[in-house]
Write a protein that binds this ligand. Structure first.
Ligand SMILES: C[S@@+](CC[C@H](N)C(=O)[O-])C[C@H]1O[C@@H](n2cnc3c(N)ncnc32)[C@H](O)[C@@H]1O
Length: 211
């Protein structure tokens, strides 16, 4: 009998999600990186957006739209997901997948450096109820600071890959991206503007509530 991990055991309890399976197939077919959020965390994103009744959601890092679909599934009529993506071709794939999932009216993509978009949103006085950080790791501390500034009181900030496949707990790993993730995790845990936890399943997920 095949040995199950905790994650594969739990995933086996759920029926296949045909929409998300298709997204993963498209990602493979288009030779895009297979780095969508883990299924268990995707379900958690949908639940959290629903639970807090988020109206405005901001995603940093779209890839093929897997997490975008999970976030948009939690929105009600009139809700909006703004998704920031560096690469035009990835955003095009994500948009197609979100439309195919029947969620096209909920999602807008903006292409380019996320930091530029975040600073512009701040200047425009925009505010959001939910943030999902899942882009270049070296900028995680910057994304966190801007998310806090763009947050409505009570907003949730989620950040994926907080363990970087074990690199953050390996002292020998000194790359800038690993050090940035350690800084991000420290700030998530200690910033007085936040209450938070960091889940160690899959590749680690930070969850913070802006006070
Ligand atoms: C881990 S993938 C996102 C996965 C996606 N959130 C999901 O779970 O379906 C990271 C994405 O961030 C994008 N990205 C990387 N650096 C970026 C930057 N500086 N600004 C905006 N997007 C960036 C990449 O092109 C890639 O699509």
């Amino acid at each position: 009998m095949e040995t199950l991990t905790a994650e594969s055991y739990m995933e086996g309890l759920y029926e296949e999600d045909a929409v998300l399976t298709r997204v993963k197939e498209v990602i493979v077919a288009k030779n895009m990186p297979e780095i969508s959020i883990a299924p268990g965390y995707g379900r958690l994103l949908t639940m959290m957006v629903t639970m807090i009744g988020a109206k405005r959601v901001l995603e940093i890092g779209a890839l093929g739209g897997y997490s975008g679909i999970c976030l948009a599934r939690g929105l009600k009529e009139g809700g909006k997901l703004l998704s920031l993506e560096l690469k035009q071709d990835f955003a095009d794939v994500a948009r197609d997948n979100v439309i195919e999932a029947g969620l096209g009216d909920f999602v807008e993509y903006r292409i380019g450096e996320a930091l530029d978009h975040l600073n512009a949103l701040l200047e425009q006085g925009e505010r959001f109820d939910f943030f999902f950080i899942d882009a270049d790791k070296v900028n995680y501390p910057n994304y966190l600071e801007l998310a806090i500034k763009l947050a409505n009181p009570g907003a949730i900030i989620a950040g994926d890959n907080t363990l970087m496949r074990g690199k953050v707990v390996d002292e020998k790993q000194t790359k800038a991206s690993v050090q940035a993730m350690r800084t991000f995790n420290q700030r998530i845990a200690n910033d007085p503007r936040l209450e938070s936890t960091i889940l160690p399943a899959y590749d680690g997920l930070a969850l913070a509530r802006v006070k």
